[in-house]
Design a protein around this ligand. Structure first.
Ligand SMILES: [Fe+2]
Ligand SMILES: [Fe+2]
Length: 471
């Protein structure tokens, strides 16, 4: 494999120094990235932060930890180690060698896939930029910034592919990735969930659990791509993404744990008065983030996605572990559909139903989080449980966009939905309450009253470590 060049202006393991044109192009994008980070990145002033930085891609020692002033974070370009014998695992080119260059006939489609993935990375940094002002602990503040710098690196990862493989159009797309902004009227981010606000830490934990998890599944399909540089890029991104999942999973664990403690300790469900977040409010936030994240998987059926699969651009989750012919030309799948105006299912060809296949993998994964939070409630001897709402609940994309159902799947008229939705989605009152709890705790070893401390700190450090030095 290529030895990583960590001393370079742009740390990388892609031998950037040997391609002067590409190096110059990326070095001219770098100041634009930094000015984007300064204007759209974290707003809380800090001296330095205890951060993980990717420095290599090997099994061991791929990252190091240390205090870094965030604008000096070493955003680098790292692709997973190449497998010189890698072959395409699915579609019409199955068995052929993976592509090291973009085939002309798939250029537009591959570029589009990379741009859509790339657009989500800086979007989440923009969505989360004000959260530092209300961090519940230095440990959580550090995790927020870790997620932020790594999403920045994921943007670099996609921009590298655009610059290296898509010529002038790639460079234009790379510039656009910094011009679109989350929630902007004129130039919003491409996908809906990435234009929503992340105004408080409960939303942040829900976002990293549900919406970052969508990213994990999208990266999983791109990791299968016949276009090997994309595959290797995504494989390495997934390694970093695991920490983002951890932040969400354990973040919600700790919210639920604290709420359960306060419920048991005070023998009441009315925990708001004690500064904790009531379970029904947690459920509403869960309902919201889960339903908008389901929308990110697109329509139940898609001929575009069928074509991507057949062409080898984008595979299935765990493609190589599937026990079928990996071409799917003769297979079928049941997908969600409106049947006589009701939420039901219909049979379509497996290729056309690939979005559904991916969404189902995602849903099963989301359920595992809910089970975990319910175990915390059960361990506290509480009868309440959290649950995922019905798949048709609050959907704006796909077969169920035109109907309204309750979290249990009961179909509602538009008027009834308007009347009752405040029972299931966060209301202004809920949001104001949650925001009222969001007061910063920057003292070492201290934590906000609505959240339990973590079991362990980061990289073997204790919870009361000084993870962030504020300025
Ligand atoms: Fe990412
Ligand atoms: Fe992420």
């Amino acid at each position: 494999m290529t030895t990583p060049d960590y001393a370079a202006k742009i740390p990388n393991n892609v031998s950037l120094a040997e391609d002067r044109r590409l190096q110059r192009a990326l070095e001219s994008w770098q100041p634009d990235f930094l000015s984007w980070w300064q204007t759209m990145g974290p707003t809380l002033p800090t001296q330095d932060v205890y951060l993980r930085t990717a420095v290599n891609v090997g099994r061991e020692g791929w990252a190091h930890f240390g205090f870094v002033p965030m604008p000096e974070y070493r955003w680098g370009i790292f692709l997973a180690e190449p497998n010189p014998d890698r072959r395409i695992a699915f579609g019409q080119h199955k068995g052929e060698p993976a592509w090291q260059k973009v085939p002309g006939e798939y250029r537009a489609e591959l570029r589009r896939l990379i741009v859509i993935q790339g657009d989500t990375e800086p979007a989440s940094v923009e969505q989360q930029r004000n959260l530092g002002a209300t961090a519940p602990s230095l440990y959580d503040l550090r995790n927020l910034f870790q997620v932020n710098v790594e999403e920045g690196r994921h943007l670099w990862a996609m921009v590298y592919l655009l610059h290296a493989h898509f010529g002038r159009e790639g460079r234009e797309e790379a510039a656009e990735l910094l011009h679109r902004n989350s929630g902007s009227q004129d130039a919003p981010r491409i996908l809906g969930a990435f234009n929503e606000e992340t105004p408080d830490w409960l939303s942040f934990f829900m976002f990293t659990y549900f919406t970052d998890r969508d990213g994990k599944y999208q990266l999983g399909t791109l990791k299968e791509s016949a276009f090997d540089p994309l595959s290797r890029t995504c494989e390495f991104m997934l390694k970093e993404e695991a920490h983002h999942m951890f932040v969400g999973t354990t973040g919600i664990d700790r919210v639920v744990e604290r709420t359960a403690q306060v419920m048991v300790g005070n023998d009441t469900d009315e925990v708001a008065a004690h500064g904790a977040i009531p379970l029904p409010v947690i459920q509403k936030y869960l309902n919201f983030h889960y339903s908008v994240s389901l929308d990110l998987f697109g329509g139940e059926t898609s001929t575009n996605v069928a074509n991507y699969y057949t062409a080898g651009l984008k595979g299935r989750w765990s493609e190589e572990r599937r026990k079928d012919d990996h071409k799917l030309t003769d297979d079928s799948i049941m997908v969600d559909a409106l049947v006589d105006g009701q939420a039901g299912q219909t049979e379509v060809s497996a290729l056309v139903g690939l979005n559904t296949d991916l969404r189902r993998e995602y849903i099963a994964d989301c359920q595992s989080g809910v089970n975990r939070w319910n175990r915390i409630l059960a361990a506290a001897n509480l009868p309440q449980r959290l649950k995922l709402p019905h798949v048709a609940f609050n959907r704006r994309v796909g077969a169920f966009a035109s109907i309204e159902v309750s979290p249990d799947g009961e179909q509602l008229s538009a008027a009834e939905w308007e009347r009752r939705k405040g029972q299931w989605l966060p209301t202004d009152t809920d949001k104001t309450f949650v925001r009222s709890l969001m007061r910063p705790v920057y003292e070492r070893g201290k934590i906000a009253a609505w959240l339990a401390p973590p079991r362990n700190g980061i990289n073997g450090k204790p919870f009361d470590y000084d993870y962030v030095h504020l300025s």
